[in-house]
Design a protein around this ligand. Structure first.
Ligand SMILES: [Fe+2]
Ligand SMILES: [Fe+2]
Length: 233
């Protein structure tokens, strides 16, 4: 059961469904996962008791249904990295080019009536895409191989090199999270106007999925993988 003093990152690490509950309440658990449930609830003007009761009810239900989750605190680094690559990096690599085209397409078709919103969506998403492409390369080509090398050989130099770049990765996560929050804001939580076509709807659905997936992705890196590595020093 969760308590008011538990941190957001720890709650989602133990119970990933909590990520969806936090998202519904606009609570950022990935870049600011070190805050307690109580702090996050009061920042959002929510009652801590009602947030706790929502979380604990969902948790009881998941236990009853026999859900088993990864314990990322004890899983090997290479398993965790493999999971991040096959789920989150592959997802972004597949989805970002499609959304790059879709945000341009809806701007072209609906720009006359919804130009201000769609120009911002197009610009914000393409900035996110460009930044994330470089970020994924940095993780895949440099930081993740160093972490795996450290795990295999115990090479402290590889650990030190990886840790040096982790602060950069964290600030890139913060910037990416900000861009996604701005997209959420300018679209009023992905609300499609009445005259929006099927492509408009599809684009906004995909953008919302990118937000949710990226928060889960960043959570695994910021709240679990990186802190575990720092403890190794
Ligand atoms: Fe990543
Ligand atoms: Fe990352």
């Amino acid at each position: 059961m969760f308590e008011a003093i538990d941190t957001l990152g720890d709650v989602v690490a133990r119970f990933p469904v909590a990520g969806t509950i936090f998202k519904d309440h606009k609570i950022d658990y990935c870049c600011h996962g070190q805050r307690t449930l109580e702090e996050a609830a009061s920042e959002q003007g929510l009652s801590t008791d009602s947030l706790l009761s929502t979380l604990n009810t969902a948790y009881d239900k998941a236990i009853e249904e026999g859900h088993k989750e990864h314990d990322w605190y004890t899983e090997s680094y290479s398993t965790m990295i493999e999971y991040i690559l096959t789920n989150h990096h592959a997802y972004l690599q597949k989805t970002m080019p499609v959304l790059g085209e879709l945000t341009a397409k809806i701007l072209r078709v609906h720009g006359e009536h919804h130009g201000e919103e769609l120009r911002q969506v197009h610009r914000l998403f393409n900035t996110f895409k460009m930044d994330m492409e470089a970020h994924l390369i940095k993780e895949e080509e440099s930081v993740f191989p160093q972490i795996v090398a450290f795990e295999k050989t115990g090479d402290r130099d590889a650990l030190v090199e990886a840790l040096k770049k982790i602060a950069e990765l964290e600030s890139e996560h913060e910037a990416a999270g900000d861009l996604l929050r701005q997209i959420n804001l300018v679209t009023a939580n992905y609300a499609v106007p009445e005259d929006g076509c099927a492509t408009y709807l599809y684009t906004y659905e995909k953008l919302e999925q990118v937000e949710e997936d990226t928060f889960r992705h960043v959570h695994l890196e910021n709240n679990i993988l990186f802190p575990r590595l720092r403890e190794q020093l």
